[in-house]
Design a protein around this ligand. Structure first.
Ligand code: DP6
Length: 356
């Protein structure tokens, strides 16, 4: 009896232009395009194994070793159903193929980083799930096509299907067929970029991205301005900066967009605060670090960015990593009292191939 099983890993991605708001909550269609950097596989990734077997009685998922519910009609069920649909098309075209689409699935997924740290675990998780099913079902699909399905698990997951620098184009079609991830540049294009992840707090965040962004869509007037007048130009300018390996522009836009995302969170009713005092102190440190460089006739050397939580990601060039790590360790010493609330999680390069 043959064994039908496949494993895939997908890394976390961290957005420079933030996705925040859906125009369709079921299909997960965003109100604006976004752009991110996929981190490398070594530090933060999800690894998922999927197995199809006629003896299995139901689809079942284990997350970090614990059974997790697959809610009917939920995001997970949608992704699985979409992948089975693609497999069924392959089978109907070639009658000799085993009928894998009809078998139930057992899926096991592990993160190699603390899920509670609020570090885009769902992005890596859904990308790895979709990639493992694509391998199991031997689907001839491109990463962009798979991103359309990963998007329905968690919006930001669609960007983890590629390594390097990735845009999620919001698209205009009502069925979401053109709301896809596309590669802006591969990792090899700019290998000097590094991301430093500073775990400020591993508390579970107060307001989830899913809930928070819809509250913003419903109540923020600033969001409208952001969608119409800010993001399109930033997407163009940051893509160009990446292509030109222009760190100064990349850093400026990344920090501006993080600031604006947290501004629309604050403009939400009731307001959402994701940053804490330590997050703000890190912003002050990076601003000062850049100021010293610019005043000496240099350029911006680092960019902070924050997602829906207090943890900082600092983008910088390889040559500055050591200096920034020692600054952070100096100003945010990991004393006993501090150890649990602040730690330098790791420095990581840009990811090579997205999923493997
Ligand atoms: C602030 O992708 O987690 O990290 O689509 O509802 O699952 P859902 O939201 P999610 O939102 C991520 C928001 C963000 C910005 C970003 O990654 O672009």
């Amino acid at each position: 009896m043959p064994v039908y099983q496949a494993t895939a890993s997908a890394p976390v991605n961290i957005a420079c232009i933030k996705y925040w708001g859906k125009r369709d909550t079921k299909l997960i269609l965003p109100t604006n395009s976004s752009l991110s950097v996929t981190l490398d596989q070594d530090n933060l990734r999800a690894t998922t194994t999927s197995r199809a077997d006629p003896k299995f009685e139901q689809d079942q998922l284990w997350l970090n070793g614990k059974v997790d519910e697959i809610k009917p009609g939920g995001r997970l069920a949608t992704c699985i159903a979409e992948m089975k649909k693609l497999r069924a098309q392959v089978e109907s075209g070639s009658p000799n193929e085993p009928k894998l689409a009809e078998f139930k699935l057992h899926i096991s997924s592990f993160n190699n980083f603390p899920t509670a740290a609020g570090l885009a675990s769902s992005a890596a998780g859904f990308a790895a799930l979709v990639a493992s099913l694509a391998a199991l079902y031997q689907l001839p699909t491109s990463p962009s096509e798979l991103s359309r399905i990963a998007r329905q698990g968690s919006g930001s997951a669609c960007r983890s299907l590629f390594g390097g620098f990735v845009a999620w184009e919001k698209g205009t079609a009502a069925d979401g067929s053109d709301s896809l991830a596309v590669e802006v540049a591969p990792r090899e294009h700019w290998p000097d970029i590094h991301a430093l992840i500073c775990v400020v707090s591993d508390d579970k965040k107060g307001t989830s991205s899913t809930t928070g962004m819809q509250r913003t869509v419903e109540t923020s007037t600033l969001l409208e301005h952001r969608i119409k007048h800010v993001v399109p130009e930033r997407m163009r300018a940051i893509s160009e900066a990446i292509k030109a390996r222009d760190f100064d522009t990349f850093a400026r836009i990344t920090m501006q967009d993080s600031n604006q995302f947290h501004s629309v969170a604050l403009d939400t009713d009731p307001p959402i605060f994701y940053l804490n005092d330590v997050s703000r102190a890190i912003i002050a440190l990076i601003i000062e670090y850049n100021r010293v460089s610019v005043e000496a006739g240099g350029k911006l050397k680092a960019a902070y960015t924050y997602d829906a939580g207090p943890n900082a990601v600092i983008y910088t060039l390889k040559e500055n990593v050591k200096e920034i790590v020692s600054l952070i360790v100096k100003y945010f010493p990991q004393t006993d009292g501090f150890k649990d609330t602040f730690g330098l999680f790791g420095s990581t390069g840009v990811g090579e191939g997205g999923v493997v």
